[in-house]
Ligand binder design. Structure first.
Ligand code: GDP
Ligand code: MN
Length: 381
């Protein structure tokens, strides 16, 4: 789960990390009032679950309250990476001497939380990693001991030479690690961690991603979810208990089981197509899930063909067939559909589909080839 910068800053602040004050506005007038209260130059920042807000025009300096109002008006009208901006953070502007990067992520290969720090902060860290990897220092953390002071100092010396700043940055890293662990984070990031001309070290930006599996035992963190800022398809999928990830292709996939869903995506690519999504309806036999799945997939204008790939075990294929019939009666399909099903109650499923004008195939290769051909507009082989 993504949380907003202002929420991550609250978590960081509670751990003691120096973070500039700030307040959230949903209208230009509110932003103006907050700017007036702070006085002086402020920064107006889009609160949206996407990186690179600066480049997208979502971070603006404003010298007066009126400028803050106009900046907020502009930013609140933006859509950044398909996500509408509904809130802005208004925060007093800091003077910047240097910008560094400090982040901690869960690294699957080392099975540890790994710190990454770089003196080349502010811009895209992915860019730094690709072009000048020597500017990034990585350090895995032993979960039994946490980030020890000597380790934090070592990381901080990679950023600064001034001992006061090194100490400040080391403390911030230990606090960041504490926030990351306490919140069930899969990523916690400060980019940029800045020094001011007076030599202070402060976290100017904050980003945190929380592992969904950690939410059940952390109701206070779970309550930070902002559905108005999430992709509508992902919100609906979560409510329907579907595992759904939007991708860039045009073959909409509805599959039961994560392994089969991966295999289906592989095969779509093998036959020259591109999947529009990963969607696992899971092992249940609920036709409602199929209805939700179809609603989510057909709402995506880039989907040019739909592929059902169902291997009936616990999942009853007749339930899936009923789901398809119900869903398409309410919402007739505008794109072709290819249905492959095999397993539990297959004969009943085929009969239900035939009675409603659908054909089903049992061969996975055949189904995938056909769906790819339909999506690319070629004649099916
Ligand atoms: P991001 O682009 O979404 O990562 O948003 P950031 O909060 O990191 O802001 C992007 C850039 O805007 C920073 O790297 C800074 O260069 C600049 N910026 C943000 N806040 C301030 C501020 O308080 N003062 C100044 N001078 N620049 C800022
Ligand atoms: Mn940033």
């Amino acid at each position: 789960m993504n949380i907003h910068e202002y929420q991550a800053k609250e978590i960081f602040r509670a751990e003691g990390i120096p973070v500039p004050p700030g307040e959230v506005a949903t209208t230009p007038e509110e932003a103006e009032a907050i700017a007036r209260k702070f006085g002086g130059t402020v920064v107006v920042k889009a609160q949206v679950h996407a990186g690179g807000r600066g480049k997208a025009g979502g971070v603006k300096l404003a010298k007066t309250p009126e400028e803050a109002r106009e900046a907020a008006r502009h930013i609140l009208a933006l859509t950044i990476k398909d996500l509408p901006v509904r809130k802005v953070l208004v925060t007093p502007a800091a003077e910047i001497a240097t910008e560094s990067y400090v982040g901690v992520i869960v690294d699957r290969s080392s099975k540890r939380a790994v710190f990454m720090v770089s003196p080349a902060g502010g811009i895209d860290i992915e860019d730094v990693a690709a072009k000048t990897p020597e500017k990034i220092l990585r350090h895995p953390v032993d979960p039994r001991y946490g980030l020890q002071l000597y380790e934090a100092m070592q990381l901080a010396f990679f950023l600064y030479t001034d001992l006061k700043q090194v100490r400040a940055a080391a403390r911030i890293m230990q606090q960041l690690y504490a926030a990351f662990v306490a919140s069930g984070g899969s990523l916690a990031e400060i980019n940029p961690l800045v020094t001011t001309p007076e030599g202070e070290v402060i976290a100017l930006d904050a980003k945190m991603v929380v592992d969904d599996n950690e939410l059940d035992r952390r109701p206070a963190i779970a309550a930070l979810r902002d559905e108005s800022s999430e992709a509508p398809s992902e919100v609906e999928a979560r409510k329907a208990n579907l595992t759904f990830i939007k991708l860039d292709g045009n073959v909409g996939c509805v599959v039961n089981g994560a392994g089969l869903a991966m295999a289906t995506m592989d095969l779509v690519k093998y036959y020259g197509g591109e999947p529009a999504n990963f969607l696992d309806i899971g092992g249940s036999s609920n036709p409602e899930k199929v209805v939700s799945a179809l609603r989510i997939i057909t709402a995506d204008p880039s989907v040019k063909a739909i592929l059902f790939n169902i291997f009936g075990g616990i999942t009853r294929t007749d339930d899936v067939a009923n789901g398809i019939v119900t869903a398409t009666k309410v919402n007739p399909l505008k794109v072709p559909i290819v249905i492959r099903l095999t397993g539990t109650n297959e004969e009943i499923a085929v009969k239900i589909l035939q009675e409603n004008g659908y054909t089903a195939v049992t061969d996975m290769d055949e189904a995938v080839k056909k769906a790819v051909a339909l999506a690319t507009g070629e004649k099916a082989a």
